[in-house]
Design a protein around this ligand. Structure first.
Ligand SMILES: Nc1ncnc2c1ncn2[C@@H]1O[C@H](COP(=O)(O)OP(=O)(O)OP(=O)(O)O)[C@@H](O)[C@H]1O
Ligand SMILES: [Mg+2]
Length: 262
């Protein structure tokens, strides 16, 4: 049996460049490796290419130069990436004509599995994000925070090895955001997927992550790679600890330097 240390990084990018047809270079020389079970935040100024980078990792957009490799473990090497990578977009992008349960069932439908077992898993995922009782509700009957929970349940339903989240909580009020931060941490502790989380918020990145990659302004590259050594599990006491404040200060300084082009 290979040990954890023998396994290659789940995500590996080397010298990755992304040039759009418009001629704009969004990413230049991105080097990043994400190890199994890490909770990595990508932190950087608006327009630096965070979403572009996440879309490359998800296989939604090709790179222009460099190397990119996704190494998903699992029992059966012949399984593709379907269901093994979960993506939460900034906008929940739910199907308005479908119920909560059917929205969460979508990844199984795409994979051609919509039997009773898949339905049970979808209902369990809905419960896991605290939406028991709303299985038959339609998206317009939910609050913004609840819609985001549905989107997270949909990303989690296939128990993905890699979870990609693009500013999932940016549009939410502070209370909901803090609650969803804790929900996400509990899910990560229980299932241990590898997570790449995009955020603008230093406080959020420090609270959640085991590691933070700070990006420069466009064209984006990784300017600083910082380990977050705060005790696990994280919780309300984390936010009021001296170590948390000190780490936020360190990460803010790195972000400031990256934005200044240092
Ligand atoms: N399909 C596209 N065609 C051309 N340019 C694009 C395309 N998508 C993104 N860009 C450009 O690439 C750059 C990086 O965009 P991206 O959305 O990755 O930034 P971001 O870091 O996610 O920003 P934000 O924090 O505001 O979400 C921007 O200048 C954007 O205008
Ligand atoms: Mg973005």
């Amino acid at each position: 049996m290979p040990t954890r240390q023998d396994l290659p990084p789940v995500v590996e990018l080397r010298g990755v460049e992304k040039r759009f047809a418009s001629g704009l270079t969004a990413l230049a020389g991105v080097d990043l490796a994400v190890e199994r079970g890490e909770f990595l935040s990508l932190l950087g100024p608006s327009g630096c290419g965070k979403s572009t980078l996440l879309r490359i990792v998800a296989g939604l957009t090709p790179l222009s130069a460099g190397h990119f490799r996704l190494s998903l473990g699992g029992q059966n090497g012949r399984r593709g990436t379907a269901g093994r990578v979960g993506f939460v977009f900034q906008d929940p992008t739910l199907m308005p004509w479908s119920t909560v349960a059917n929205n969460v069932l979508l990844p199984f439908r795409i994979a051609g599995r919509s039997g009773e077992a898949a339905r049970e898993l979808a209902l369990a995922a809905v419960r896991a994000v605290g939406l028991a009782g709303f299985e038959d509700a339609y998206p317009h009957q939910l609050s913004g925070g609840m819609r985001m929970r549905v989107s997270i349940a949909r990303a989690l339903v296939t128990d993905p090895e890699l979870l990609l989240l693009d500013e999932p909580f940016a549009a939410l009020d502070e209370i909901t955001r803090l609650a969803l931060n804790d929900d996400l941490l509990r899910l990560w502790e229980e299932r241990r997927p590898t997570i790449v989380f995009v955020t603008h918020s230093v406080f959020e990145s420090v609270y959640l992550s085991t590691r933070i990659a700070v990006m420069t302004a466009r064209p984006g590259r990784i300017a600083a790679d910082l380990a977050v050594d705060l005790a696990q599990p994280r919780g309300p006491a984390t936010r009021s600890s001296r170590e948390y404040a000190a780490t936020c200060e360190r990460v803010s300084a790195a972000l400031g330097a990256a934005m200044a082009g240092a």
